[in-house]
Design a protein around this ligand. Structure first.
Ligand code: COA
Length: 258
């Protein structure tokens, strides 16, 4: 695999989209490699946190590959969108916290990839946008839906209809980025957050992700009921015994994921 690199360090799997000469644009081959890399990270017990970033200092991901988009018809276009959505759903529902280290342009499929992650930490040179309208299409990897849920209908309409880029600071203001840091500090900041998450209780982390994701898709009563069950699952874990004992014994908890 060369379009996607991965490396495991300190319980964190670092995944890098690696087509810097094409600003890390997602072609079919890259999406397939990303799919496999995410599945491997999800299934690897050593991995507690996943970080996704782009190669080089200019782009996170500048969108779906426009060379491939140019050749699509109605059927292949739908297949491409469906596959992209499948890969991004894998990320959103992988059960481990996924951080997007947004190191530059996050446009189209790049913005959608970042939104499928659970946290977005951006460098101050990052730019976010859904510019598909300028190509005569719409986002196909979740951009009309995840953006609306993240930032609300008004801003999602504006970004999708106008297709203009926004700065990292604007993205932070509307809740699209969690945090913006100077470019040179991006990976240090991301590493610190990954370290904190890698020492947290894995079952509880996955229940938080699951409850928030599921809860957004249903009515409040059902969502709260889901939370009750997820809470119950955590209460049956060894990590709950360890976390509560560590607090009472005034020591650092050591969570194992059981
Ligand atoms: N698909 C395919 N190739 C892409 C790409 C994409 N989404 N985005 C950038 N590239 C390629 C360019 O074609 C160029 O390749 P070349 O050197 O072989 O000509 C290379 O990456 C560098 O991009 P370039 O446009 O020269 O850089 P720039 O700094 O002038 O502009 C952007 C950067 C991000 C503003 C510009 O590349 C852009 O608008 N990209 C498309 C964004 C987009 O519409 N994404 C949604 C796609 S559905």
């Amino acid at each position: 695999m060369s379009n996607v690199l991965s490396e495991i360090k300190n319980k964190t799997c670092y995944i890098t989209i690696n087509r810097p000469d094409k600003l890390n644009a997602l072609n079919q081959a890259t999406l397939q490699e990303l799919d496999k890399t995410i599945t491997d990270a999800k299934n690897n017990e050593e991995v507690r946190v996943i970080v996704i970033t782009g190669s080089g200092d200019k782009a996170f991901v500048a969108g779906a590959d426009i060379n491939e988009l140019a050749k699509t018809n109605s059927i292949t276009g739908m297949q491409f969108a469906q596959y992209g959505q499948h890969v991004f759903n894998q990320i959103e529902h992988c059960g481990k916290p996924v951080i997007a280290a947004v190191n530059g342009f996050a446009l189209g499929g790049g913005c959608e990839l970042a939104m499928a992650c659970h946290l977005r930490i951006a460098s101050d040179n990052a730019r976010f946008g859904q510019p598909e309208i300028k190509l005569g299409v719409i986002p196909g990897f979740g951009g009309t839906q995840r953006l609306t849920r993240l930032v609300g209908k008004g801003k999602a309409m504006e970004m999708n209809l106008l297709g203009d880029m926004i700065s990292a600071n604007q993205a932070e203001q509307i809740g699209l980025a969690n945090l913006v840091v100077p470019q040179g500090e991006l990976m240090n900041t991301v590493n610190k957050i990954a370290e904190q998450l890698s020492q947290s209780a894995p079952i509880a982390l996955s229940m938080i992700i699951d409850s928030i994701n599921h809860g957004l898709e249903c009515a409040m009563g059902e969502a709260l009921d889901y939370e009750v069950k997820a809470f119950g699952i955590c209460c049956a874990s060894q990590d709950k015994n360890e976390g509560t004992a560590a607090f009472l014994e005034k020591r650092q908890a050591k969570f194992t994921g059981h």
